[in-house]
Design a binder for this molecule. Structure first.
Ligand SMILES: Nc1ncnc2c1ncn2[C@@H]1O[C@H](COP(=O)(O)OP(=O)(O)O)[C@@H](O)[C@H]1O
Ligand SMILES: [Mg+2]
Length: 275
């Protein structure tokens, strides 16, 4: 694990989720984590897509241990957290195909997190990359984090599946705040219209006001960065999708600053945009 300062700062947790798979959650989670890390925030990214864990592949690393090892007695968070960049961005890999983790109810979630608790307070942000859909693990993790980012694409199936996830989290867990990111848009108008469709359904059928966080352009640099196993923001910092994701990172930093006004450091926001 990277060296962390002993200065107590608030830890903000956020999760990236979706209705449908393949909409761009892992790429968004990875690049938001990377952008915030570059702006000097202490970051932990956790791959909690326990069905289809692949953030290690996006990063081109082969971690020796993962979340499953943490369930064993005597294994500490320091044993399983990998440092992606020297002294920076920490990453906890998921375990694919582990039934206990696929069906994580609130009690089991709490026992996993009781082990992680001492380590989590050392971070400014903990970013969870979740699986798609309404599995138990997704719901219990999404209900736990401070902020939920729902990734949708303009496809109608993505919209209906996202609505289903919001509905279940609202009715079964009492969650009412959702931030929406529309990925793979051809222009910002398409992002806004897609959001309005989802927001209209949430308002009409659930009486819920959801928030628009922004959109990310469809950009050939994204699959290219995946092929190179490098974060997009590192591979093509000036491309449209990178710029969009940097704007989202600024919004996340502002959100945290609203919770703790003394963290509203203009210099940090500037650093996110200029690297
Ligand atoms: N903004 C984008 N522009 C172009 N392709 C994208 C974009 N976002 C994601 N993709 C592509 O979509 C695929 C799925 O992305 P991924 O992040 O793995 O989705 P998920 O985690 O939701 O399953 C990737 O192969 C990636 O290249
Ligand atoms: Mg994924």
């Amino acid at each position: 694990m990277s060296k962390q300062s002993a200065n107590p700062r608030c830890t903000m947790s956020l999760c990236i989720l979706s209705g449908k798979g393949g909409v761009g959650k892992s790429n968004l989670a990875l690049n938001l984590s990377y952008a915030l890390y570059r702006a000097n925030y202490r970051m932990l990214m956790m791959d909690f897509d326990v069905g289809l864990a692949n953030v290690d592949v996006l990063l081109g690393i082969s971690p020796e241990k993962n979340l499953q090892d943490l369930l064993q007695p005597g294994v500490t968070p320091a044993d399983v957290v990998a440092c992606v960049e020297p002294e920076g961005f920490d990453f906890l890999p998921a375990a694919s195909g582990v039934p206990e983790l696929l069906e994580l109810d609130d009690d089991m979630r709490d026992s996993v997190f009781s082990k992680l608790n001492s380590a989590l307070g050392e971070y400014d942000y903990i970013v969870f990359d979740l699986g798609a859909g309404i599995g138990k693990t997704v719901l219990s993790l999404a209900a736990m984090t401070r902020m939920r980012i729902m990734v949708v694409t303009p496809e109608p199936t993505s919209l209906t599946d996202s609505y289903a996830v919001i509905k279940v989290l609202n009715s079964q867990h009492g969650i009412s705040d959702f931030q929406v990111v529309v990925n793979q848009v051809s222009d910002p108008k398409e992002g806004q219209l897609t959001f309005e469709r989802l927001a209209g359904a949430c308002k009409r059928f659930l009486g819920l006001d959801i928030s628009y966080m922004g959109c990310v352009h469809s950009d050939p640099n994204v699959p290219e960065a995946v092929r190179r196993q490098t974060p997009l923001i590192k591979h093509a910092p000036k491309c449209r999708a990178s710029q969009d994701i940097l704007s989202l990172a600024i919004k996340i930093a502002r959100h945290r600053a609203e919770c703790r006004p003394e963290l509203a450091e203009k210099a940090i926001l500037k650093k996110i945009t200029h690297g």
